[in-house]
Design a protein around this ligand. Structure first.
Ligand code: PGA
Length: 239
């Protein structure tokens, strides 16, 4: 059985004090269960929050990283700087792909670097509305998976299906749409992997999505910034 996971991607929100307060709220709220809880704070807060959560059931992810170990890459955070601070790293989020020009080739190198350094990549894939309307969503996602995972041991990778049209728009994929793509992803040789859904998940829609057989969890953006709401989403995955 793939592990159930609920991950909160804070994106570029919270300064250090706000991040600590949010993490503290979650530490009080979330109790150990079969669901793995992960939070993804900005880099600047990782050290403080990882110390604070060391004795809790909450794991930590970085939102990105660079695949080189060190060198002249101004502004980047290296894969070797993260072990000890985080257990997971989000790789290939659509905002990285669209706003910062990350290619599948680069994402493949990042997934590889994660695996080499015992970090678990949460690899994001998903189509635009235009691609979906053309009826090419599965073909598109399958190509992303193929390129992003080429030559790598897939077994330890967590997948997140995040249709771009559903991210931050309030327009969630229906449980059936999300299930259809997650089961398609599973059929690409990813039987034992956790497959998450992301895109406008909130406390109201989480239960219906969680009931789908091939949705093993969520990658939550906006709704992960409020401890209570995130707690409700975690509870929906538990039931
Ligand atoms: P959202 O973001 O929940 O705010 O739509 C999801 C994500 O980008 O991971």
């Amino acid at each position: 059985m793939p592990k159930k996971i609920v991950a909160g991607n804070w994106k570029m929100n919270t300064n250090i004090a706000e991040g600590i307060a949010l993490a503290l709220g979650l530490k009080e709220l979330l109790k150990k269960s079969e669901v793995e809880y992960i939070i993804c704070p900005p880099f600047i807060s990782l050290e403080a929050i990882s110390k604070m959560l060391a004795d809790s059931c909450i794991k930590i992810a970085a939102q990105n990283m660079y695949f080189e170990e060190k060198g002249s890459f101004t502004g980047e955070v290296s894969v070797t700087m993260l072990p000890g601070l985080v257990q997971y790293v989000i790789i290939g989020h659509s905002e990285r792909r669209q706003l910062f020009g990350e290619s599948d080739e680069m994402i493949n190198k990042k997934v590889k670097a994660c695996l080499e350094h015992d970090l678990i990549p949460i690899l994001c894939v998903g189509e635009t509305l235009e691609t979906r309307e053309k009826g090419e969503a599965q073909e598109f996602v399958s190509e992303q998976l193929q390129k992003d995972l080429e030559g790598l041991d897939k077994a330890k990778v967590v997948l997140a299906y995040e249709p771009i049209w559903a991210i931050g728009t309030g327009q969630t994929a229906s449980p059936e749409q999300a299930e259809e793509m997650c089961s398609f992803i599973r059929a690409q040789g990813l039987t034992g992997n956790s497959i998450l859904y992301g895109g406008s998940v909130n406390a109201e829609n989480a239960s219906n999505l969680a009931a789908m057989p091939n949705i093993d969890g969520f990658l939550v953006g906006g709704a992960s910034l409020k401890a209570k709401e995130f707690g409700k989403i975690c509870a929906a995955m538990q039931n």
